[in-house]
Structures are given as structure tokens and as C-alpha cells.
Design a protein around this ligand. Sequence first.
Ligand SMILES: Cc1ncc(C[n+]2csc(CCOP(=O)(O)OP(=O)(O)O)c2C)c(N)n1
Length: 709
Amino acid sequence: MRRGLGATVEEDRPKGSSATSSGSLEKPEVLRLYRKLMLARRAEERIRQEYGKDEMKTPVHLGIGQEAIPAGVCSAVPPGTTFFGTYRNHALFLALTEDSDRLFGELYGKVTGTAKGKAGSMHLGAPADGLMATSAVVGTTIPVAVGVALANQYRQSDALVVSFFGDGAVEEGVFWESFNFACLKKLRLLFVCEDNGLAIHTPADQRQGFRSLPEAARGFHCHVASGDGSDLLSVVALTRQMLERMAKEVRPGLLHFTYFRFLEHVGPREDFDAGYRPRPSDEERQRLDPVTRLERALCQSGCRPEELAVIRKAVEEQLERSVRSARAAPFAPEEELIRDVFSVDGQPSATDIRPPRCPGRGEPKQVLSFRRAINLALEHEMDDDPTVFVFGLDVPDHKRIYGSTRGLVERFGPRRCFGTPLSEDAMTGVALGAAISGLRPVHVHIRVDFLLLAMNQIANMVSTLRYMSGGTLRIPLVIRAVIGRGWGQSAQHSKSLHSVFAHLPGLKVVMPASPQDAYSLLRASIRDDNPVIFLEHRWLYDVEGEVDEGHVAPLESSLVRRAGKDVTAVCTSWMVIEAMKAAEVLARRGIELEVIDVRTITPLDEQTIVDSVKKTRRCVVADYDWVFCGFSAEIAALVGARCFGELAQPIERLGFAHVPCPTTRPLENLFYPSAVTIIRTVERMLELEEADVTGESFYSYEQRFKGPF
Ligand SMILES: Cc1ncc(C[n+]2csc(CCOP(=O)(O)OP(=O)(O)O)c2C)c(N)n1
């Protein structure tokens, strides 16, 4: 018998409109779907059963009532589709993998889990099966899905991406940022909202100032449809219709499904008596339960109950085996703790720099400005590797990020060099999505301060995703950002924040201070398979120096910029320039300052610093940041521990005054440390009289820069 099973669905019409259409599925296909539905349902009921034993130590967000949405959508999309989800992800994971062994392995925190027990229920992933990531932070995977869709478009692939999220996520700015960008770029991306009308315990009418998501979305260039997420057959039919529409007119689709969540927000219990929602009647339960609905539809179309019983039995047996083997499996061995942070396993500070594909060209050495060195590094990497692209706010405008992206759009076209909407958070997720798709994005920001808007992506996703994928995903992503100073940059255009970024495991942080390093380290960063935050001080842009295009600088090598025997100055970014000036002035009195340019904050080349201090026995850290809780404290701790018995003086730390950066120059001069501060510190350490420096010419940016920005 081959009978089709019908489904009725709502189309892209405002509420109240009566348009309907139907789709049909063959019986074997529906039975396969029934199996997936039952696998998800019974897996979660099994979790409920086992949870009280306190062996499964992970917060579980059970989706009983919601299973038809992932099962239906996943069955309707073409092979090769990529998926992203939320913490309520068990049904999605099982719809794609049917692998209850890896699911329970991860829930029990065992080495057999999806991420060897490093991720837990809220972060299930299965990249080989298309499930790239799920996340505990609401809305966070949405822009990453957009990034994968962008990568597909970049490669001229028709592959589809599906992003699942709850109704709470649409209150997050990142949803609208992502949705806007996907519509702008006409990406092949299906947004799927699983709407149960609640965010934890708060109903939508207390959270949302719009009538409905479909209505709100209709102002965008996309396809929209709504349906009943409790009815698996209509989920399939609606998804298929949506894909047809997306094929006819390529632009994102938004599918909005309503459903009922039967259990508490997190945990294994019902919570109908908690006072925030009524207990459904038996009749309502039947209507809202996707399993009951599908069983009824199957029976009505002539399916025998025994056929379903066979499926249920097989599911039961599979789950029994999975639970047993997960409980018996070992926890990850000790060495797993530090594995999967960076792409070189087990070596958090290692760098995996490959030799440059294009070691040198043209003049082997030439004098270049810092800005041109950056520009040339981008040009050469883009030349060498078609997966490298550069994007960010204002990247292709006439100013070209102080000239550092000059010529790129003309040479490589708007596909590989483009501007973005004002959406730092989403665009960082987009860069991440592109990176895990195998591209090498360089995302550019005109100020470090603006990166604070992208902190969720940086701190919760970019830096953690490799670890939470159990080392499966690679993240070759560079975030370039400019540190502002002078001409009234003030408190919100002047931050460096390298200590903040370096604090996060999983990120590399690079601060070049010369044209050679700008060139070599940017090329190394782009070739690195890990996320790199690349911080460029604005005042360095005009600094000129010799650049050898064949020179390779690995991302874990500090540089002795000037040798000396009396005091070691450990410097970052612009402070290298100030220290070099201080060394020049001190040298006239016969004092030898050894200047170390740290270059990479993480991974840190500790040895160069330790060797230097062991030689000079005196250390001043001149950091381009606030002192309190900053990188200078890290260096002081390092030197204190490794050079303890050899220090002739306490370690000195120089940095910003502990106030927000002021605007006016006289106050700014007090805020920043300078060559003079270094000179005075060294004199104090050596118990020398203060020298008269009034005749010296110290650097003043205003001598070259006439504002306003
Ligand atoms: C950015 C962020 N804010 C707050 C939370 C706490 N939180 C966890 S789940 C949740 C509700 C989300 O509701 P919804 O998106 O509708 O998904 P559902 O739980 O209903 O599946 C909240 C507020 C979070 N995880 N992430």
C-alpha cells in the first residue's frame, strides 16, 4: 500500500487569512519520521527517569512537545545542509545523527560524548552530520549560521543553512542584526523560530512590543510563513514549500512554528502548579502532543498499531544500550583538560605557523610605513589564498581604515573586501561562521572600543567553540582593531583591552609596534588556524621602517629591540616607541636600557623576558593599558616567580592612570605613561639624580596629525 499523508499549513499571510495548501509524504518516509520523533521523545523521557540518580550532571532543557519541529525541518531540507541550534537541542541532534550513544555519552560527561564531556547538554554538536553548534547563550548561534551561509555564497554553493532559535531570541539585538545582514546579502538561510510563547516563565506579551514575529519580519526582504509546530506533517510540508519559494527567489526564509512545552524550562519535571501557566486539559494535551498527533494521522491512513510498536521497541532497545554504555564509559583522561583549546593539541601556547606561501616578492627589503605594511600583508595573503577576505564597517570607503585596506576592493572585488552594517556583535558571529566553514576572514574595526559590542561572540563563541566541539572545529579568524589616541579620543575611542582578550583562553592577542612586525605578524595571524585579536595603535600608522617581505615572525616570539645591561623595559605597542626614545636619552648618560617588544600577548614568549631580566636584574613593565589587574601584573608575576632571587630592585609597572581616558591634551598627558615616565623610573631604580630633559625632543603626534579623527 502506498498512501500519501496530507498536511494543512498556513502560508505567508497575515493572521486571519484563510489561505492553505497541502503536502503529502509516502508511508515509509512517515514511519522514518515517526522513529525520529519517538527517539527524541523516549530519549528525553529516559533522561527524566535517570536524572534523579545525579549521575548526569548537566542542565537539561527538555523539548517534549517541540520534537516535531527539528524532526520535520531536518527531513525536508536537502543533504549537505548545515544546522545551528539552541540549548534545547536533543531532538535536533537526534534528528540529524540518530546517535544516542554520543548524546548520552555527553550527558553523562564521558569521553564517548560529542565533546568528550567538555560541552554538556547545552552545547551538543555534530559537525560531520551538519550540526555545527548549539549554544547556552540565547541568540548566539544565529549570526554564526549567517556566516556559514555567507561562506556558501562566497563559494557559489547552493547549500542551505538552518538556524533554530526560540521566541526569546528575537528580543536580542543580535537576531535583528543577523536577520538584516542575511536579507541584505540574500543568503540561502532558513531561520526557524520555535515559539512556545514563553522565555523561561515570562509570556511573550510581557516581553515583545510587536504583534508577531512574522508580521515584524515582513518589512525585510525575505520569505515568511507560520505553522503549527505540533503537527509534524505540516512542519514538513511548510518547510518544503518554503524551500521552493527560496529556490524561485533567492533570499532568506523565516519559518515561525508555535508549539507547547510540556516540562519546566530546565530540568526533568512538570511545573504547571508553579503559577505561571495553567495545566492543559487532556483534550489539549492530545492536540499539542506531536507524538499523539502523528500516531493518530498514521492510524487514520491505515497504518497498523503493530508496525508502530515494532519501531517503539527498537527505539527502546537502542536507548537502553546507549544509557548503559554511557554510564560504563570512562571520564576523559587528565590530558584532555588542556586539549582542544588551540589547533595544536595539548599545547596552549604553541603556534602552528606554516611557512608563508609567498615568502617574498619584488624588492626584498623596502622602507614602508606601518599602514602600508598592514596593507601589503593583506594584499599578499589575499593574493596567495582565495579563502582570505577582509570585511568590516567602512573597510572599502574612501578613507579605507587609515589607508590600511587601500586598493583591496579594486584588486579583489566586493566579494572579498566589503563593508558591513553597524552590527559588531552579529558581524563577529558571521566571521566565526565563515571561519568554521574553512574561509579565513579578517574582520576590521576602526576602534578597539567597538569590540565591546562583540564581546558575547568573542568571549562566548570565538574563544570557546573549538573546545566545546571537542577539537573538531578550526577557527582561522583575525580581528583587527585600531587603538585610538589624541585629538580628543577620550574614554570611548582609546582602549586597548589586550589584557581582557588575553584573559580568555582560546584567543591569541598580537600587538605589533613596527612596520616589519605589522607585515610579518599579520601574515602569520591570517595563516594561523586559531582566532587572533590583532591590535594596531593609531599613532604607529605613520612610523616607517624597513620591511623584509620574506621575514617570518611566529606568534610566540618577543623581540629585543635594543640591547642593554642595566634595566629591562618590557613594552607593549606604542610603549615600545616611548621606551626606545627613553633608551636613547638614558644612553647619553651611559645607562643601558634593554627594550623588549612583547609583540604577542598570547601566546607569550616568557623566555626572552626572563633571560633579559636575569641579565639586567631590574625590570620595568611599560604597558599600554591600565595597570590594575592588567598585563603588567602578569609580567610582574612572571618575573617575580622566575627571577626571584636575582632581582636587585622591586619590579616597576607603568601604564594608564586609573581613570577613564580624558579628552583634553594636558590631562591626557598625565593619563598616558611616556618616555619621560620611563626615564624617571629607571633613574629611581638606579638611584640616580633626575636628568634635565628639557632640551630633548619627545614624540608628539600632533606634529604630524592635524585631526579631527
Ligand atoms: C543572552 C542570554 N540571556 C539570558 C539567558 C537566560 N535564559 C536562558 S533560556 C532563556 C529563555 C529563552 O527563551 P526562548 O528563546 O523562547 O527559548 P526556550 O527556552 O523557550 O526554548 C533565558 C532568558 C541566556 N541563556 N542567554
